[in-house]
Every structure is written in structure tokens, then in C-alpha cells.
Design a protein around this ligand. Structure first.
Ligand SMILES: Nc1nc2c(c(=O)[nH]1)N[C@H]1C(S)=C(S)[C@@H](COP(=O)(O)O)O[C@H]1N2
Ligand SMILES: [Mo]
Length: 249
């Protein structure tokens, strides 16, 4: 099956612009042009796209027999190891920042909330995709319980792992935060979420590329601006490798 996505189209058209330049992707200029085309595409997309539309959902037969894990496969810190050894009964999700009722939620609390399950396709920017089933409470229900203050504009997901450049984190705006398919998943393919895929809880933000789907979420922070977080670009990969903050698909 050939999938023609808006992303492929823009990359293809940027490539077409450069037909004859065989160093595209290798030279700094080729890469810069692709990144600029991508940035223009993203901001246009954020403006004109129906941000409330649902991502496609699939049936159980479509589920990929193998779903690879990517990036961190185990945070491997003493604190995380202790939590994992005890099957995360001592783990708490902090929900704080610009909220009226800061929360500290256990895995049991998250499982007791109304659940949403969805079979969706995960698209990694590195060029692979996989279809899997995810289950957990909607982020919107958690935010409603915490009570967002009027000044809140973004949700920041602080993770348990670090890569070379520092702590992994991601952020989304309120449109994606309240999107009905945005969930904090504790189950994958009808099983407890494995460590390699982000146990105990990972974000699913189905209208965006894979790097936005923060694994090992420890804290959800509501903020007015992304300036003070990390290096200010809204996510680990945005900070270290200029990935687009809005990665809509
Ligand atoms: N905390 C954390 N979240 C992360 C990453 C990571 O390294 N650390 N990698 C991201 C990337 S690039 C992708 S494609 C997906 C991979 O999810 P998977 O391991 O369940 O396939 O997780 C994303 N979320
Ligand atoms: Mo990715």
C-alpha cells in the first residue's frame, strides 16, 4: 500500500524543486531547504487543518504483528528501576502548574477513570509506521479534574528518561490536549504497557508524529509559555535537532 500523506507530498515537492541537485540531504543547503519547506508546511497546516478531526482508526486484523520500540527502551535510572520492580504501585502522576487542583494520580486512579481504546497508526519521522491498540483515560478528563487556569496554553509532559542532550519532554497545545483521541495509555495491544513502550504511562496524541508521544510520563505541567521549559522549543527533539514543534499528520 502506498500512503500519500501531506508530509510525503511536501518532502517530495521540496525534493522536486531541487531536482538535479544530487547532494540533497547531504549538503547543509539541501537539508536547510527541506527543513524550511517542512516549517512552512507545518504552520500552514496548523492554520488550515481541521484540528478536531479524528485520526483514522483500524480494526484488530490490521494490528502490526511487531511494533518496534524507538528512542529510550528503558530509562534505567535507580528511581525508575525501583518503581518498575514494584510494578509501578508507588508511581504517581503529578498534574500541576497552572491548575486550580494539583493532582497526584496512581495507576489505579487512571484505570478507574472512563477509558478510551483505539487502534491507530504510529508514524515515526525516521520513516517507519506500525498499527497498535492503545487504552487509557482521556487527557481531557484529567485536565478537567485538575481545573486548568485561564492562563494555561500548553501541556508539558515530563518523562523519566534522558538522552544525550538531557531529559526527554514534549508539549502540546490545548486543541490537542482536549482532542478525544488524546489519551494517557497504560495498555498496549490489550496488555499492560511494556517498559520498552513507555511504562507505566505514555501519551498518545494521534494527529502527530511519533516523537510527540511521550513515554514514561511522570508529570503533566500546564504552562502559559514554553520559554522556560528545556531549551524553549517545546520538546527534546525540537531543542536538540530542530524538529518541528507541531508535527501534524
Ligand atoms: N520519553 C520518551 N518518549 C519518547 C521517545 C523517547 O526516546 N523517550 N521516543 C519517541 C519516538 S521518536 C517515537 S517514534 C516513539 C516510539 O514509541 P515506541 O517505542 O512505543 O515505538 O516514542 C517517542 N516518545
Ligand atoms: Mo520517532
Amino acid at each position: 500500500m502506498t500512503l500519500i500523506t501531506r508530509r510525503n507530498l511536501i518532502v517530495a515537492s521540496a525534493g522536486g524543486l531541487l531536482a538535479g541537485c544530487d547532494s540533497i540531504g547531504k549538503s547543509a543547503t539541501g537539508r536547510d531547504i527541506l527543513f524550511k519547506a517542512e516549517a512552512v508546511h507545518r504552520s500552514l497546516q496548523r492554520t488550515i487543518m481541521n484540528r478536531d478531526a479524528l485520526a483514522r482508526e483500524f480494526s484488530p486484523e490490521d494490528m502490526s504483528p511487531r511494533f518496534r520500540s524507538n528512542g529510550t527502551r528503558n530509562p534505567n535510572t535507580d528511581a525508575y528501576r525501583a518503581l518498575a520492580e514494584n510494578r509501578f504501585v508507588d508511581w504517581r502522576l503529578r498534574v500541576d502548574g497552572l491548575v486550580t487542583r494539583p493532582l497526584s494520580l496512581s495507576l489505579a486512579d487512571l484505570r478507574a477513570m472512563p477509558q478510551r481504546a483505539q487502534i491507530t497508526r504510529h508514524d515515526c519521522v525516521e520513516g517507519w509506521s506500525a498499527i497498535g491498540k492503545w487504552q487509557g483515560p482521556k487527557l481531557s478528563a484529567i485536565l478537567d479534574a485538575a481545573g486548568l487556569r485561564d492562563t494555561a496554553r500548553y501541556l508539558v509532559f515530563h518523562c523519566a528518561d534522558s538522552l544525550r542532550g538531557g531529559a526527554y519532554y514534549e508539549s502540546i497545545d490545548l486543541i490537542d490536549a482536549f482532542h478525544p483521541q488524546t489519551i494517557l495509555a497504560w495498555a498496549m495491544n490489550d496488555r499492560i504497557l511494556p517498559v520498552s513502550h513507555g511504562a507505566p504511562v505514555r501519551l498518545r496524541v494521534e494527529r502527530q508524529l511519533g516523537y510527540k508521544h511521550a513515554k514514561y510520563v511522570m508529570r503533566v505541567e500546564a504552562v502559559a509559555s514554553l520559554d522556560g521549559v528545556g531549551r524553549g522549543k517545546g520538546g527534546y527533539w525540537e531543542d536538540v535537532a530542530d524538529y518541528e514543534w507541531y508535527a501534524g499528520i
